[in-house]
Design a protein. Structure first.
Length: 256
């Protein structure tokens, strides 16, 4: 019950009080035996009405407080949900979110018949980077790489995620092979452009990444895990072939 309708609730009661007060004024100074009884009833009614009005005010305040608390709970739930699907260090999606979205997108693409592309990448010789520059610099390196990946996956349905350790992944819905390869190459070049020194790398004097790309015609008799297996094999091939490169096939159904 809000304060906006409080006056409406007691409007009739105040009219009764006004009328009773007028009667008491008319009886002022008279020796009418009814007047003391009438005045006692009037004062009791007035006191009860005042108490009721006070309770309504308290109830309004409590209701407002309750609404504020409910809004706080909803907002905190949103924040907790966001935290549960976000990688704390890099600020992009975490592995849990990646798995959820990939499962959803695989099912959606199986229904629509559209192609789904996936990129998996690994920072070249990252252990050596950590050993030489320290974990603080290692964490900052991963954060900068994550920003490059996020900047290269800008469509609303795209997802950039930290897959684990120094591995990252991108989900590219309704993206053909050429489009996915172009994004992967953009990521690779963007990370080189960061010019993060890496004197312990056998690939280059700056931080580089190796990438695997797969474009999959999803089917109901396959699973999202099959796509991950394919792209993981391509990433391994990129690393085995010299690193700092993009490896791909035209279909997840073909041999790697």
């Amino acid at each position: 019950m809000t304060s906006d309708n409080r006056s409406d609730i007691f409007q009739a009661d105040y009219k009764v009080l006004d009328a009773a007060e007028k009667v008491l004024q008319d009886l002022e100074g008279s020796d009418n035996a009814i007047r003391p009884q009438f005045e006692e009833i009037y004062l009791g009614y007035k006191r009860l009405l005042r108490q009721s009005s006070h309770l309504i005010i308290i109830a309004d305040r409590q209701q407002k407080r309750l609404i504020d608390l409910q809004n706080d709970i909803v907002e905190k739930n949103r924040e907790l949900e966001a935290l549960s699907i976000t990688d704390g260090m890099t600020g992009i999606a975490n592995r849990r979110r990646f798995d959820e979205v990939l499962t959803q997108e695989h099912a959606r693409h199986a229904r629509s018949g559209a192609k789904l592309s996936l990129i998996l990448l690994d920072v070249d010789h990252f252990k050596a980077f950590n050993d030489n520059y320290g974990h603080v610099q290692g964490d900052e390196c991963l954060r900068q790489i994550a920003r490059v990946i996020a900047d290269c996956t800008t469509r609303p349905a795209d997802l950039a995620a930290r897959y684990g350790g120094e591995e990252f992944a991108c989900i590219l819905p309704e993206t053909d092979n050429n489009g996915a390869i172009a994004i992967a190459e953009k990521i690779r070049c963007g990370i080189i452009a960061l010019a993060l020194p890496h004197k312990c790398s056998s690939v280059a004097d700056v931080v580089t990444v190796s990438l695997g790309v797969v474009t999959a015609p999803c089917t109901t008799d396959a699973s999202a895990v099959d796509i991950v297996t394919q792209v993981d094999e391509l990433l391994y091939q990129a690393k085995s072939s010299g690193r700092n490169r993009v490896e791909f096939v035209k279909s997840c159904c073909g041999a790697v």
